[in-house]
Design a protein around this ligand. Structure first.
Ligand code: NOJ
Length: 467
């Protein structure tokens, strides 16, 4: 089987992780610009001030993407570059940068797939409560509209938010991302609801403009499976899927929240302060979503949690198994018969297919893209070549899984490897590499093609026939 002609074989990045130029050309200061500078927050104090300097080197980078043959490039727009103070004047230089980036992609026939929010927010808004303040919702919609109007003649694929669960959980529960708040469950749910409302309003605005492109959201896709048939563990996995999948996917695709979670929020006094009008907007926007983007790295293997409440706050921040859920109901574990990356993430292409089947049975035939999938590794350099063989194996087995899912009738329309180029891995600095292109931080950020670069190029040329 070949991947169909209209199936995107692409790769992705995000503004804060690649751009740099943090205070150039009128860009406002973002929450991440400040958060990474708090001592002890990131590996060796690394930050995105320069990142891999994509802001200045985008031409060189896109030329490499064209050489690789990418059908599409998924990147994000930095809100603070477009509207430096969050909801005031538009920064012409910011618009100009993304116009150039988009035009450069189109010059080579690379389809731009644009994320509006990949975690960096103008800090002025963060200071006023970020996603817990409803004013941020209106500011986001204004920013989204500005982007649709400026770029929508050429950009036909929009993602509103990237991984709401991550920036809300880490922002309000574990405190490892901005705004760095620990264990404020009420704020956590409040923030998620405001994000869903901002998404829904942006979808409606986009449709009003009649630009005839598509719009959706990207979620983490990390389905939970019980480690065995023990009833308590099965119930724990159900609980995990309700809180981590249904809570995120239902308001987008069904326009309502899952009853199981709602009932427990009520009991605990955690229900967000929503209005009838907001709930109606969710309902109105739901059928207008064109797709869901899935970031798939690993599933969760789940047991009922028995560790005491104190431990919950110590949740791991890097996604590796070993943490208890915020409410103490379940715990993720690693298993002897599974395979793990150097960072302890499970490698499980089969669980992707299994998860996709569950998704289809719950949400039907909505169009899906894998908007991220890849291997975080410390790549060996042998005789001056970056020999990232494990990455090739990882992507190959996951592309096989994608083929299997398509052959079963799952409506998958694209695959974006994470990441196109080595980039700032948020808290992990530059030591955790994901890219097809290596960046030499000791030598003027020089780019170098990895083994996987040539491999992916061939895969695209052959439309995956030999996978
Ligand atoms: C998902 C996030 O969207 C991306 O920014 C991050 O670098 C990868 N996960 C890897 O952790």
């Amino acid at each position: 089987m070949k991947f169909p002609k209209d199936f995107f074989l692409g790769a992705a990045s995000a503004a804060y992780q690649v751009e740099g130029a943090w205070n150039e050309d009128g860009k406002g200061i973002s929450n991440w610009d400040l958060f990474t500078k708090i001592p002890g927050k990131t590996f060796e104090g690394t930050n995105g001030d320069v990142a891999v300097d994509h802001y200045h080197r985008y031409k060189e980078d896109i030329k490499l993407m064209a050489e690789m043959g990418l059908d599409s490039y998924r990147f994000s727009v930095s809100w603070a570059r477009i509207i430096p103070d969050g909801d005031g004047e538009v920064n012409k230089k910011g618009i100009e940068f993304y116009n150039n980036l988009i035009n450069e992609c189109l010059k080579y026939g690379i389809v731009p797939f644009v994320t509006l929010y990949h975690w960096d927010m103008p800090n002025v808004l963060e200071e006023k409560g970020g996603w817990t303040n409803k004013h941020t919702v209106d500011a986001f919609v204004k920013y989204a509209k500005t982007c649709f109007e400026a770029f929508g003649d050429r950009v036909k694929h929009w993602i509103t938010f990237n991984e709401t669960i991550v920036f809300c959980q880490k922002g309000y529960l574990t405190g490892s991302h901005p705004p760095g708040i620990i264990n404020d469950v009420k704020k956590y749910f409040e923030a998620t609801h405001n994000v869903f409302t901002a998404h829904a309003k942006s979808v409606l605005e986009y449709k009003k403009l009649r630009q005839f492109g598509e719009i959706g959201i990207t979620h983490v896709f990390s389905p939970a499976f019980s480690v065995d048939d023990n009833k308590e563990n099965v119930a724990a996995a159900y609980h995990a899927n309700q809180y981590e999948i249904a809570w995120y996917y239902d308001p987008i695709l069904k326009g309502t929240y899952p009853k199981y979670v709602l009932d427990q929020l009520k009991e605990n006094n955690w229900t967000p302060a929503w209005t009838e009008e907001e709930l109606n907007i969710l309902r109105e926007a739901a059928p207008k979503n064109d797709f869901i983007g899935l970031n798939y790295y690993q599933p969760q293997r789940v047991i009922k949690n028995t560790v005491d409440a104190e431990e919950h706050a110590k949740a791991h921040c890097d996604g590796a198994p070993g943490n208890a859920s915020f409410d103490g109901a379940y715990r993720t574990v690693s298993m002897k018969d599974k395979v793990y990356t150097k960072w302890g993430w499970e490698i499980a292409p089969d669980a992707l297919v299994e998860g996709l089947r569950l998704l289809k049975s719950e949400y039907g035939d909505i169009k899906l893209y894998i908007t991220e999938n890849g291997l975080g590794d410390a790549d060996p350099i042998i005789e001056d070549e970056v020999m990232d063989v494990p990455r090739i194996k990882f992507i190959e087995t996951h592309l096989k899984a994608v083929k299997k899912a398509i052959s079963e009738g799952i409506n998958l329309k694209g695959y974006y490897a994470w990441s196109v180029i080595d980039l700032l891995s948020w808290l992990n600095g530059y030591k955790k590499q994901y890219g097809f292109i290596y960046v030499d931080h000791k030598n003027n950020l020089e780019r170098k093609k990895k083994l996987s670069f040539y491999w992916y190029k061939k895969v695209i040329e052959e439309r995956g026939e030999n996978i």
